[in-house]
Design a binder for this molecule. Structure first.
Ligand code: PGA
Length: 251
């Protein structure tokens, strides 16, 4: 029997505050028993404005996560959310390095490393997103990109005391596009990540795949070797479809 998986539900900025709260209630009604029965870990990443409300009646089988965090602990950083507040709001996890943050907010590897450090100071578990763009893939730079993005973060995670951390391989060209890498491609990236991190003084790594996971695509990747879960964007705001995805991984 295979291990239960992590399902990271990245709601991005798809919905308003009220719609986030309503969606969480739908999760409670429609996903709670599925998650409890399968033993999977379901992590919800709502919009930051809804975290406090959702945390107030958070259901037991679900965990909360931020979608990003500030690179500094506190200070004159208008619009940022600090890691301590995420912890105080009930988060256990936080995404860092999502390609949308790297692209639209110019978050460099160095910034992602600082953000990761902030999370670790607060005992939050990082969900580190890495992945190559279409151009980088076409220029055979996938390994170089993964190595660069991961190395920056690994330096700060070394010797940290979190029980484990998550690395989500999200090819940028697969996010929201309906395009999917072949299972062998994901396996090659996972094995490369293992080689890169082998022998380092790191907490255990959980390997996720993210990008265009939906009811019709999940079967093609759910048997990926070394896969510990999925990071799901668009499909995670459609509870009926998400339930199909989760149930497809019911072994
Ligand atoms: P998607 O997004 O599932 O909508 O492709 C995944 C992500 O951006 O994390």
């Amino acid at each position: 029997m295979k291990q239960p998986l992590f399902f990271v539900s990245n709601w991005k900025m798809y919905l308003s505050y009220q719609a986030n709260v309503a969606l969480y209630q739908q999760y409670e009604k429609q996903l709670e028993s599925t998650v409890a029965a399968t033993g999977h870990t379901l992590i919800v990443c709502p919009t930051v404005s809804a975290l406090a409300t959702i945390a107030r009646d958070k259901s037991v089988p679900f965990y909360l996560s931020g979608q990003t965090c500030a690179a500094y602990s506190h200070g004159a950083y208008t619009g940022d959310t600090d890691a301590q507040s995420l912890r105080e709001l009930g988060c256990t996890y936080c995404i860092v390095g999502h390609s949308e943050r790297r692209l639209y907010h110019h978050e460099t590897d160095e910034i992602v490393a600082h953000q990761t450090q902030q999370l670790l100071h607060q005992g939050l578990i990082p969900i580190v997103c890495i992945g190559e763009t279409k151009e980088e893939k076409e220029n055979n730079q996938t390994r170089a990109v993964i190595a660069r993005q991961l190395t920056a973060v690994i330096r700060v995670i070394t010797r940290s005391t979190v029980p484990y951390f998550l690395v989500a391989y999200e090819p940028v060209w697969a996010i929201g596009s309906g395009k999917l890498p072949h299972q062998h491609e994901v396996e090659r990236v996972f094995s490369f990540i293992k080689t890169l991190t082998h022998g380092l003084n790191l907490p255990p790594i959980k390997l996720l795949y993210g990008g265009s996971i939906n009811p019709s695509s999940v079967d093609s990747l759910k048997n990926t070797k070394d896969l510990d879960g999925f990071l799901v964007g668009k499909t995670s705001i459609n509870v009926a479809e998400y339930k199909v995805v989760i149930q497809a991984c019911n072994w």
